[in-house]
Structures are given as C-alpha cells and as structure tokens.
Design a protein around this ligand. Sequence first.
Ligand SMILES: [Fe+2]
Ligand SMILES: [Fe+2]
Length: 296
Amino acid sequence: MPANQHLKNADLIEPLASLDEWEEDLLKRYPDPSAIAQDKGTEEFRNYTEPPRDTVKEFYRLNHKFQTYDYVVQKKNDFLQFNKKEMPIWNAFDFLNELVDDSDPDTDLDQMQHLLQTSEAIRNDGHPDWMVLVGLIHDMGKVLCLFGEPQWGVVGDTFPVGCAYSDKIVFPEFFADNPDYEDKVYSTKYGVYEPNCGLDKVHMSWGHDEYVYHMMKDYIPEGGLYMLRYHSFYAQHREHAYDHLMNDHDREMFKWVKLFNPYDLYSKNPNQKSWEELKPYYQELVAKYLPATIKF
Ligand SMILES: [Fe+2]
Ligand SMILES: [Fe+2]
C-alpha cells in the first residue's frame, strides 16, 4: 500500500511551483550571509518587505499539519530500508534534475547547479574535501519527490516531532491543525524525550535531510553527517529553539552545521565553472568516499 494512501487527495496538493520556492523564501527570512566569499553583493538577497508567496504559506500549512510523530516513524520504516532503487551517484543527479520546473521564472538553476555552486564555494574556501562532497550531495534526498512523496514531506524547515513544536519555527500557528498539537505527551516541552538526551535520539520531521543522512552515514566523517542531517533545522541552527534536547556533543558538532549553512543559502555564483571543467575533480572525490552505486 502506498504510504500516502491514508491522506485525502486534496491533502496532497503540491503548492510550490518548484522545490526551490522554499529555498528562495529562506533567503528572505535569513538574508544575511555570514562571512562567505562570493562574487555577488548581499543586497540582491535583501527583501524584508515582500510577504511570503501564498504558495509558500500553503506549503507550510500542509507541512505543519501532516508532519506528526506517527508519520515520521512510518516514513522511516519505509524509506530507510533503501529498497527502492540502486544507482551510481551520477545517475541520481540526472534523476534529481527531472525536478526542474520551467514554469517558475525565478528558478534559473537546476538542482545539479545548486549542488555544484555549494560544493565549489566550499572548495574555494579551502575546507576539507569531505565537506566539498557534502556540498555536492546535501540535497540528493530530494529524489523522494520522484518516488511520489509530497513536497511537504521532502523539503521545508525541519523540527523535532514527539515533543512541543517551537514557536520559533516558521508559521507556528499552523501546528494547531496537527493532531500531535493537543496530544497529552507530544505537546509537552520534552514529549517522549529526556532533557538533553541528544539529537540522535530525537525524531526529526521527515524529509530530504534525514533521508540523505542515513544514505551516507557509513561513508562521511561525523561533522559532514551533521551537516546533511540538520541543514534545514533552522529553528535550532539559527534560532536555538531546541537547546533543551541537545547534548554537549551536538553543540560541538553544530559548529559544522553553522559553517555549512551560508554555503547552502548564499553561494549563487554567476561565474560558475562548467561541469565539463569540474568533472574530473568530482569524479575522483566521489570515488574516494562513496561506493560505485548507492541504494535509495
Ligand atoms: Fe536541502
Ligand atoms: Fe541546498
């Protein structure tokens, strides 16, 4: 049975013209690039006055309504078996590029370009090669969309489930429609967790971050795994809303998440080298860390 069968058709409406609309909205919320070298001035990202598009708002309404504890556990049980597909990472990038939506005039980059922009900005700043690899693969989990998952189950800010939803999460009012919101246990500060239990014990809302983390966890150093797993956890890495669930090790490792975030958000470089030029370097990098094929 398809995992989404319990949802009514109307609940599966895809409000975003493309997944990039969520990321464009992030730039409006967090317009301030921390120190990151780039050709583009920061002014181009500043836009405080324009309200979020209705599509983005509708996207969060669905995301906050349906990302329950049970939904997350169910998705993990399904997708973390990695029995959907097996392919070389290069085929996965081609697969991902099928997500391009030409009808969105703001989306001038395909998914692969965003990944390369991120990884090249990291490489240019002289960070370790495994972090360059993380830049290249951090959004690979968006292939979930191509397995039929709804947008609100693939992208969007992530947050813990099984405990109270923070009002620091974007559009917190939409959590009132989530059945966990009034649950005796899930609505409490710690919910099913212990104080400072560590994020590894915490279920995060389901999406491309958690998925790619599990896909890569045997291959990449821990700092990189934190970047993959928590790169959309804005309520923590920008707003510090869940310190009470983190342990000292998480706090240490979040330095990597914070280091990574500006590269994800602000590394659009109009003078990007062509893929043909970059290919030999990335082929060698991928071969150094990853097996010939990856299970999805
Ligand atoms: Fe992402
Ligand atoms: Fe990204």
